[in-house]
Design a protein around this ligand. Sequence first.
Ligand code: HEC
Ligand code: HEC
Ligand code: HEC
Ligand code: HEC
Ligand code: HEC
Length: 224
Amino acid sequence: MANIFPRGSNFLPLKIAFCLLVLGGATSTGLWYYFTNKYTNVGYQPTQPVPFSHEIHVKQVGMDCRYCHSFVEVAAHSNIPTTQVCMNCHQQIQKDNPKLQAVRDSWTTGQPIQWVQIHKTPDYVYFNHSAHVNRGVSCVSCHGKVNEMAEVYHAKPLSMSWCLDCHRNPEEALRPLNQITNLDWEPKTKEGQSVADAQRELGSKLKADWAINPPDKNCFGCHR
Ligand code: HEC
Ligand code: HEC
Ligand code: HEC
Ligand code: HEC
Ligand code: HEC
């Protein structure tokens, strides 16, 4: 498609608008596919090389997400921990458990564990973790209750309309920064107030105090 636009200048918005027109024709057939779970990956739960349970490590052992996903506050991508992080504990704890054999093998050979990536936006989408978790959006809004998952699955669609739903109503999600990794957190309710109303009240206050303004009409915000 590139050659119908002048070379050397950035016509991305035009191209996107043009693509939308073309796509329009295919929409009726496309929509059905678009809104099925297969397309959005909801429920996707690949088998991992080690049966690692967030439920055990977060809920029972009480670990914070950032012990393992240490880049989430400072970088676009969150990271999967190295074998070293697991061995901080598993050199002593459960050192004969066969479920940890692949971790021990990785430790002796130096070959990283081949975890299967679950969440992925297309390459033409710009996403940044730190821009969200430092602005009051919790992991639970986008990944569901990982702390109760024996194996991680894809809980939310990560589609464009899903991103925009929150960008237009961020007060439904905003919370104090010290509760970002506490997936069971709920706002305090006044007498007779529902949790949803309490969230909206607190969220609106945080939105104003922090001048929260996520991109929604500006396509460049997410397509850079
Ligand atoms: C002990 C280390 C550890 C802790 C603590 C931990 N995780 Fe993980 N996390 C992992 C490992 C290892 C994987 C890769 C295997 C898997 O998907 O289960 C992972 C995978 C994930 C994924 C899926 C990544 C993908 O491929 O898309 C998400 C989302 C996630 N963790 C969120 C969280 C959240 C939220 C918390 C805190 C409530 C948390 N994790 C705490 C080790 C940890
Ligand atoms: C802070 C310490 C700590 C770290 C770090 C840690 N674990 Fe664990 N892990 C535990 C404890 C404690 C248990 C045992 C829980 C129990 O007794 O049921 C456990 C249990 C396990 C089990 C056995 C679960 C079962 O059902 O028998 C596996 C597998 C496991 N961990 C994998 C990992 C992997 C992979 C990593 C690195 C990504 C990791 N752990 C990092 C503390 C840790
Ligand atoms: C606003 C939504 C949102 C929030 C909040 C969020 N994530 Fe994610 N997460 C995503 C998206 C989207 C991806 C896929 C990223 C991509 O395509 O590069 C992802 C991917 C991941 C991955 C896989 C590695 C990667 O970056 O691709 C891990 C691990 C993860 N998230 C952990 C966390 C943890 C831990 C938190 C909370 C501290 C968190 N996420 C908060 C949306 C979110
Ligand atoms: C639950 C709410 C929520 C969801 C879901 C969400 N966002 Fe955001 N997003 C925010 C908030 C809040 C901000 C911060 C706005 C600010 O700092 O003023 C933000 C900011 C951004 C920014 C601007 C960051 C910067 O560095 O300028 C981008 C880009 C973005 N989001 C992309 C996405 C994409 C792509 C998705 C879907 C995959 C998504 N977001 C899903 C709430 C959300
Ligand atoms: C908040 C972030 C965000 C904003 C703002 C945004 N998009 Fe998107 N867009 C996405 C995400 C995420 C996807 C990938 C959807 C998926 O994988 O299902 C996407 C996909 C697309 C696609 C491909 C559709 C498809 O079905 O493959 C087009 C075209 C598009 N966007 C155009 C636009 C235009 C035009 C605008 C401005 C009016 C815009 N986007 C604004 C996040 C955004």
